[in-house]
Design a protein around this ligand. Structure first.
Ligand code: NDP
Ligand code: GDR
Length: 348
């Protein structure tokens, strides 16, 4: 039975990856940040009482800002596979919190790599590490983007991911470690954070459909993204670590749509004329935008045998269905006199 350690386990990808690895029989350990409010909602359905002997999911407090704790966790858990998914992952927020983003995304990855190097040196195992890289690293370089495409990052987030990518390559080459960089294009799901554009849209459509909200304020509707489903993408992460040699891979669907096209499809499926509800608010524009991402995942297809199984249309439908159901639940709570936070002003 293998043991995995996931940083960022409470995020969208962390929850899908934990589910995937548990189904494969892994013991899954996750690093969670201490928070004054609960941050484990996405894991509730797979969480088991710590006293249950059969449980496969184990959560530990830690933070990518705390190097000593990362070392301690690796020594204690002795993982076969480490997945570094933790990040301040919001591109626009990174313009406001550039230094913090660099500390978590770039230096945080370095802290984990350094702890991993020491652990690998004396564990007697040959552990493997996955680093969550991003299509944002390509930034302004025109599509299609593959492993051979030069990086041209357009935000503090993307610059930090480029640094983390090269730390990974350097640790692999300098110390002979098994480290893979995934270069994943956008992937979404009903568990996507509510301030990313797809989820912001489907969340609002659900509430508009039930009369709980009228307007949705968005930024650049012309940006194009290659959107896949997170469940498909965590499988690619795992496949990278099952190979005999470490390498870097682009993971993408190869199809690209604009935000406007996403609105059209999601609005149509929800039975709404989105043009009556959406307004453009420049506060959501980015100082430097990434206009057009469309990945070429031929290498992942050839070497990993990976291909997406969930189509763009299925993704959009799953997200709209999920958020219509959530809006219905909110409406029931409201009618029963409970407080429900307003989502109209999702501020990113
Ligand atoms: P999320 O924003 O949903 O999750 C980020 C996770 O990182 C959360 O668990 C968060 O914890 C945790 N985290 C944030 N800061 C720290 C810290 N200082 N120490 C420890 N944990 C921290 O991201 P996704 O699941 O969407 O993405 C996973 C990874 O993949 C990220 O690195 C992201 O940058 C990258 N990526 C994502 C893509 C996508 O389209 N989703 C595409 C390409 C790359 P908390 O819950 O407490 O906030
Ligand atoms: P992105 O995702 O920046 O690609 O990063 P996001 O959904 O935030 O933006 C996609 C595009 O939509 C445009 N947009 C808006 N975006 C947000 N968030 N809010 C809006 O109101 C809005 N209106 C238009 C944006 O300008 C952009 O062009 C995501 C994150 O998950 C990163 O962590 C990851 O690395 C990349 O995907 C791949």
């Amino acid at each position: 039975m293998k043991t995995a350690l996931i940083s960022g386990i409470t995020g969208q990808d962390g929850s899908y990856l934990a589910e995937f690895l548990i189904q494969k029989g892994y013991q899954v350990h996750g690093i969670i940040r201490r928070s004054s409010s609960f941050n484990t909602d996405r894991l509730d359905h797979i969480y088991a009482d710590p006293h249950a002997s059969s449980r496969q999911l184990h959560l530990h407090y830690g933070d990518l800002a705390n190097a000593a704790r990362l070392s301690q966790l690796l020594e204690q858990i002795q993982p076969d596979e480490v997945y570094n998914l933790a990040a301040q992952s919001h591109v626009r927020v990174s313009f406001e919190q550039a230094e913090y983003t660099a500390d978590v995304v770039a230096t945080g990855a370095l802290r984990l790599l350094e702890a991993f190097r020491q652990y690998a040196g004396h564990s007697g195992k040959s552990p493997k590490l996955y680093q969550a890289g991003s299509s944002e690293m390509f930034g302004a370089t025109p599509p299609p983007q593959s492993e051979a495409t030069p990086f041209y990052p357009r935000s503090p987030y993307a610059v930090s991911k480029v640094a983390a990518h090269w730390y990974g390559v350097n640790f692999r080459e300098a110390h002979g470690l098994f480290i893979c960089n995934g270069i994943l294009f956008n992937h979404e799901s009903p568990r996507r954070g509510e301030t990313f554009v797809t989820r912001k849209i489907t969340r609002a459509l659900g509430r508009i459909k039930l009369g709980m909200q009228d307007k949705l304020y968005l930024g650049n509707l012309d940006a194009r993204r290659d959107w896949g489903h997170a469940a498909d993408y965590v499988r690619a992460m795992w496949l990278m670590l099952q190979q005999d040699t470490p390498d870097d891979y682009v993971v993408a669907t190869g199809q690209s749509y604009s935000v406007r096209e996403f609105l059209h499809l999601a609005g149509g499926y929800a039975g709404l004329d989105w043009t009556r509800h959406v307004e453009v608010d420049p506060r959501y524009f980015r100082p430097t935008e990434v206009d057009y991402l469309q990945g070429d995942a031929a290498k992942a297809r050839r070497i990993l045998g990976w291909a997406p199984e969930i189509s763009f249309e299925e993704l959009v439908r799953a997200m709209v269905d999920g958020d219509l159901e959530l809006a219905r639940q909110e409406q029931t709570l409201l009618r029963a006199g409970h407080l429900v936070p307003s989502r109209g002003a999702a501020h990113a």
